[in-house]
Design a protein around this ligand. Structure first.
Ligand code: F6P
Length: 546
């Protein structure tokens, strides 16, 4: 049986952590002028420099051995061929099929899923072209000007992040808005600026059962009907759905031809490649959306075929494992030096933490080693003036991924130069510090703090697709080595179930909850009851209109 932390390689790595863990990265460079050359990789418009890590050749070799002896090879083959690797939900995991641009069949339960995927893409093309060309008309005959995506988690973060990152490619006459939070202030703020005659809502929910999304969708529908004076039948011109649950979408009032379906084997956080990417196709156009898929497909091919020691996702994953399991890192900072990428850390939070935030292995046994890190981050150079102080001189050990785009915007090339030189300076300062130069203790930075630098030639659909797939596979590799299921999320499901139970039980002062929860429920009930007479509506709704 696979017991990761009882393997000879694991023990070797533990010893290496003791003997080399305090090595200076700068000394590795001094000893090897070829280190940058050897520890960098170019692929699909991405350049990865991983030379500024606290990793000796012996450590890297042992990490590769760890990967070789793990279920990685087997699980990677299983994922791409549609085997059931999400065992707790009894599903294959096939986001890679959604961007399979090579034309090979992908067989699930004896059936090729590719014709269905192609048909879904064709529907996306036709609809997005109609809206973008001004041919999809609202109920008064006006073209659509604003698009509102209503969804949360994977039904928000992926399309939201990509639309913002590719803002330069956005249709000039369309505005894009994303409503996710159940907090009514979110929807209120967005709707305030919109005209119902020219607004299109996308109700984006894999299950069509998520409380936040249903509440927001119902509130949007009510706003549309009240503000426009339109009738229920007009809803069809202004609401479309993206879901695997066609029946529930139809019950909401969406026309069957306006439901963009996908499949249970697409995980929420891996779904931007499916019809969940509809806002992306609307924003940048169908052809550019395909370029995004092609970038991801190129990374998929690299991940499947490159030897482990030159395999970008594997390298990033192994570096992370070294820091998490052997040098005690608790977190991973993601710092894009690119304002358009400001949502990327949030996107990666869900991707990584919902996937690898697990403490039970594939056989259902508690793991005896650390798994997924706390992922966090913010754009540079803003972060430099907020939390970088702790990264330079604090007591925590925080590995960093810097991400930047090489090609400057011509109008702001001077800003871009400053942006990139700031990033280079930070990566250099983290590695070298400035201790030992006659400085007083409080003023000296110890350095020896590791980072990866990922440079995109340009922030294009293709390179962004490749970058996202890179991190998806990094997370996959770590999950395979840790022998956990990266594709379920039972902890989140618990929260969803309890929220629904509490909202149903709040009326009857139930004693089944702990005293703290009961006390807090009473306070909430009291305040909600106070506003009920004013709104005339039952405020304790669970996503349904009452
Ligand atoms: O956050 C948990 C989760 O299940 C995610 O995996 C998913 O992306 C999100 O909720 C939204 O779910 P749905 O798309 O079904 O509304």
């Amino acid at each position: 049986m696979y017991k990761l932390d009882q393997s000879v390689t694991w023990q070797k790595l533990e010893k290496l952590a003791v003997s080399t863990g305090a090595d200076r990265i700068a000394d590795y460079f001094a000893a090897d002028p070829m280190r940058f050359e050897r520890m960098s990789l170019r692929l699909e418009g991405l350049f990865l420099d991983y030379s500024k890590n606290r990793i000796s050749d012996a450590v890297f070799a042992a990490l590769l051995q760890l990967a070789e002896h793990s279920p990685l090879h087997q699980r990677r083959a299983q994922m791409f061929s549609g085997d059931i690797i999400n065992v707790t939900e009894d599903r294959p995991v096939l986001h890679t099929a959604l961007r399979n641009r090579g034309g090979q069949p992908v067989i699930v339960n004896g059936e090729d899923v590719m014709p269905g995927i192609e048909a879904g893409l064709e529907k996306l093309r036709l609809f997005s072209e109609q809206v973008r060309n001004g041919k999809w008309l609202g109920y008064t005959g006006k073209p659509i000007r604003n698009i509102v995506n209503i969804g949360i988690g994977g039904s928000d973060l992926g399309p939201n992040m990509v639309c913002r990152a590719l803002l330069n490619y956005q249709h000039p006459e369309l505005g894009f808005h994303f409503i996710s939070n159940v907090d009514g202030q979110h929807i209120k703020k967005v709707l305030k600026r919109l005209d119902p005659e020219t607004t299109l809502f996308i109700v984006s929910t894999k299950t069509f059962s998520t409380q936040e999304t249903l509440l927001n969708a119902n509130s949007a529908k009510r706003w549309f009907l009240e503000k426009s004076g339109a009738s229920e039948t007009d809803v069809g011109h202004h609401f479309v759905a993206v879901s695997t649950n066609k029946a529930a979408a139809m019950a909401f009032g969406i026309r069957p031809d306006c439901i963009f379906e996908f499949w249970a084997w697409v995980g929420g956080r891996y779904s931007l490649w499916s019809s969940i990417g509809l806002p992306i196709a609307l924003s940048i156009g169908y052809d550019r959306f395909i370029e995004l898929l092609e970038g991801a497909h190129a990374m998929d091919q690299h991940f499947q075929s490159a030897p482990l020691q030159r395999n970008m996702p594997v390298i990033l994953a192994l570096i992370g494992i070294w820091y998490i399991n052997f040098l005690g890192a608790e977190t991973q900072a993601i710092i894009p030096y690119d304002q358009a990428m400001h949502q990327f850390p949030s996107f990666l939070q869900q991707l990584d933490m919902e996937s690898n935030g697990k403490s039970v292995d594939m056989e259902g046994n508690p793991v005896s080693y650390a798994t997924g890190p706390i992922v966090w981050g913010e754009t540079g150079s803003n972060g430099q003036h907020a939390f970088f102080q702790l990264l330079h001189q604090g007591t925590r050990f925080v590995p960093i991924d810097f991400i930047a785009t090489l090609r400057p915007d011509e109008e702001t090339a001077d800003h871009h130069f400053a942006l990139l030189t700031n990033m280079l300076a930070q990566a250099n300062a983290f590695m070298n510090g400035d201790a030992g130069e006659g400085k007083q203790e409080f003023a000296s930075s110890p350095g020896n703090r590791p980072s990866n630098v990922l440079l995109l030639d340009e922030l294009s659909p293709h390179s962004l697709g490749a970058l996202i797939a890179l991190y998806e596979h990094k997370v996959f590799v770590q999950g395979a080595i840790w022998n956990i299921n990266s594709f379920d999320q039972w902890g989140v499901e618990l929260g969803k179930r309890l929220a629904s139970e509490i909202s149903s039980n709040i009326e009857r002062e139930s004693s089944e909850y702990d005293v703290s929860t009961q006390g807090l429920m009473a306070l909430v009930k009291q305040h909600m009851d106070e506003v009920k007479p004013k709104t005339g509506r039952d405020t304790k709704r669970d996503g349904t209109v009452s």
